[in-house]
Write a protein that binds this ligand. Structure first.
Ligand SMILES: Cc1cc2nc3c(=O)[nH]c(=O)nc-3n(C[C@H](O)[C@H](O)[C@H](O)COP(=O)(O)O)c2cc1C
Ligand code: SF4
Ligand code: SF4
Length: 293
């Protein structure tokens, strides 16, 4: 049996979830390919060549990133092929469920049928920085939950996420993010005093939006997805990201750090943000993980 997951991941969260699926699939004898989605869609693997087909992305403004919509348009037509979707996002609000509507709208016309979708809460790569402890808890939860849900996918279980009233309309309005971020990407700036010219940002941009010329001058094209890979991964935090600069987060989370739960964590400014939704997410995850034991 062969599986493929087409994954777009800005800062690695979604890719980490996919790796958990790959590990579990392979434990069960399923040869699994993680295909990284970039702007080059000239040589996409054909989904019909795989028994299990998944698509994975981070939620951006309650939608799939534009590159996933482009992928849906570029991918081969099939006849009635079931697929699963994996998504990661920073907050567990139900409104995030609408993020697959447009993507599936395009995919449906090409013969794909949504069998299941799963959502994992992972630390924000924009807006505010979760504490290390929160980030570790999210990752520990995903590590325990994803294998359980990967086995559901293997078993062909149906798993749909609840829609919200006017979801399609809200998602449509929020897709203003796509052209706005393309425009915003042109106004990125690099602080020359901080930049060490490692070229990591230029090399890693999934849509080749960054070019550094022979004089060391940065050029930004109009294709930005606001995936934050450049600003998040810059080793010296030299990037500023236009109108969203106050929401910039820099530097990887220490996801594999050991945290001492007995030491109270100092309160921080976003302590109350979506508190109930996070509690519910972790509780439901724990229930599901324990049910299997
Ligand atoms: C432009 C942008 C928009 C985002 N919008 C949302 C959102 O609508 N809801 C949410 O919960 N998280 C949102 N996030 C947070 C990411 O979905 C989250 O950090 C995700 O795990 C990042 O995954 P990645 O590392 O695979 O890119 C957004 C992040 C970015 C950069
Ligand atoms: S990643 Fe940061 S330090 Fe490296 S070239 Fe880009 S801006 Fe400069
Ligand atoms: S310029 Fe930065 S934020 Fe925009 S697509 Fe490239 S890596 Fe992502």
């Amino acid at each position: 049996m062969k599986a493929i997951i087409y994954v777009f991941s800005g800062t690695g969260n979604t890719k980490r979830i996919c790796s958990l699926y790959k590990d579990e699939f392979e434990k069960n004898g399923v040869d699994t390919t993680l295909f990284s989605v970039t702007s080059d869609m000239s040589d996409l693997p054909h989904p019909a060549d795989f028994d299990l087909v998944g698509f994975a992305y981070p939620i951006h403004a309650f939608n799939a990133p534009n590159i996933m919509l482009k992928l849906a348009k570029a991918i081969d037509k099939v006849s009635n092929k079931e697929i699963f979707i994996l998504k990661s996002s920073g907050e567990p609000l139900k409104i995030n469920n609408i993020s697959s509507l447009k993507f599936m709208g395009i995919m449906k016309k090409k013969g794909y049928v949504l069998k299941s979708e799963y959502h994992y809460v992972m630390p924000y790569d924009m807006i505010f920085r979760h504490t290390d402890r929160e980030a570790v808890k999210m990752w520990e939860t995903a590590k325990a939950l994803a294998p359980v849900e990967a086995r559901e996918v293997l078993a062909g279980k149906e798993h749909k996420l609840k829609r919200i009233f006017l979801g399609g309309f809200i998602a449509w309005v929020m897709r203003i993010e796509h052209p706005t971020m393309r425009w915003n990407g042109r106004s990125f700036r690099v602080n020359k005093d901080k930049c060490i010219m490692c070229r990591k940002c230029e090399k890693n941009c999934p849509v080749n939006n960054i070019r550094i010329d022979e004089d060391g001058k940065f050029h930004f094209a109009g294709d930005c997805l606001m995936c934050t890979r450049c600003s998040f991964g810059c080793p010296t935090d030299a990037f500023s990201i236009g109108i969203l600069n106050n929401w910039r987060i820099n530097g990887a989370y220490p996801l594999d750090k050991t945290v001492d739960d007995s030491v109270p964590e100092p309160k921080h400014h976003h302590h109350w943000y979506c508190k109930k939704a996070y509690i519910k997410y972790f509780k439901n995850a724990e229930l599901k993980i324990n049910q299997e034991k």
